[in-house]
Design a protein around this ligand. Structure first.
Ligand code: PEP
Ligand code: MG
Length: 324
């Protein structure tokens, strides 16, 4: 089956009625670089920079980060690479730094942690910018944004770092800046946030967790965690239409992008940029090439009328079965 899917690598992800989807890959390991390209990724939609931090035994230096990032940026150039700044805390722990918190998912995570550790954040930004020297494909993505000040603060650090590098004789193109939409407040503030950023990327894993107040890793409640919960679908459609209105590029990089049932709805909603694990790309591309978006729009109407995720799941499974 995988061999049969491999031939999709160079074919576009386009529905039978002409809706084009750009497929990017999620990565963080150097070992993933070539599988992404081999599977036809048109760029990196999410580079999880915490991964190189996790496989280290202390905070990596600017030089160490620079070499890792450069390898990724060079391998994908001129395809875009969205490098997310360090997203630790919550379920993402470092072996050499202990977070002790009562409620880690509502705590010191992602941008909150790095803005409180400016030197660490500047080191990372410098490493990313240096790695992009001579290239045009770096984009910087901020995790766990919940307030506008966080975006302003990161922009200031990027600006300072660019000026510093300029003084050091390294002219670097200013990268596009994006935020993860994974905390509900960021979604609700899109009007105010839009002037500060170039793109957004939906983290459907955390967005679902925070919309439903369900820790997916807690076995007592994990059955309540579902990307197809009606409230999640309302939120996704709200984000999609807001981004169209604001002319803001939006992609989705959570696990939903690799789930065939969810992808049927995402296409109907108008999401035309998805980012997923490299090895899932051929299957999702195959799926996209089998469907008519016009049919999926009818399915979306039914899903929107459904009361719960079980009913939505049934509707989508029926369609997947038809498709084979
Ligand atoms: C997400 O939250 O959906 C996401 C893509 O980020 P991560 O899984 O790395 O938290
Ligand atoms: Mg997340």
């Amino acid at each position: 089956f995988n061999k049969a899917l491999a031939k999709y690598k160079d074919l576009p992800a386009v529905t039978l009625d002409g809706f084009h989807v750009t497929l990017h890959t999620n990565t963080g390991l150097l070992a993933d670089v070539s599988p992404g390209l081999r599977n036809g990724a048109e760029g990196i939609g999410l580079y999880r920079s915490e991964i190189p931090f996790m496989v280290h035994d202390s905070f990596p230096t600017e030089e160490e980060q620079y070499h890792v990032y450069k390898e990724v940026i060079d391998a994908y150039s001129p395809r875009p690479v969205s490098m997310r700044t360090l997203d630790i805390g919550g379920d993402k722990q470092l072996p050499y730094f202990e977070f002790k918190e009562e409620n880690p998912y509502l705590g010191w995570r992602g941008i909150r942690f790095t803005l409180d550790n400016t030197a660490l954040q500047v080191t990372q930004i410098r490493a990313m910018l240096r790695a992009a020297h001579g290239r045009e494909n770096l984009q910087i993505l901020i995790p766990m944004v919940s307030r506008i000040e966080e975006i302003k603060a990161i922009k200031e650090l990027i600006k300072q770092s660019l000026a510093e590098l300029n003084k050091e004789g390294k002219q670097v193109t200013k990268p596009k800046l994006g935020i993860m939409i994974e905390v509900p407040s960021a979604m609700l503030l899109l009007d105010k946030i839009a002037p500060y950023i170039d793109f957004v990327s939906i983290g459907s894993n955390d967005l679902t967790q925070y919309l439903l107040a369900v820790d997916r890793n807690n076995p007592k409640v994990s059955r309540l965690f579902n990307n197809l919960h009606p409230a999640v679908l309302v939120a996704l459609q709200m984000i999609r239409s807001k981004c169209s209105e604001l002319n803001l590029s939006v992609s989705l990089c959570g696990e939903m992008a690799a789930d065939p049932a969810s992808v049927l709805l995402l296409i109907a909603m108008g999401f035309d940029r998805l980012s997923l694990s490299a090895h899932k790309i051929p299957k999702i591309k195959w799926l996209i090439r089998q469907v008519n978006r016009a049919d999926l729009l009818k399915i979306l109407v039914k899903a929107n009328a459904a009361e719960d995720e079980a009913e939505i799941h049934k509707i989508l499974q029926k369609k997947l079965k038809e498709l084979g």
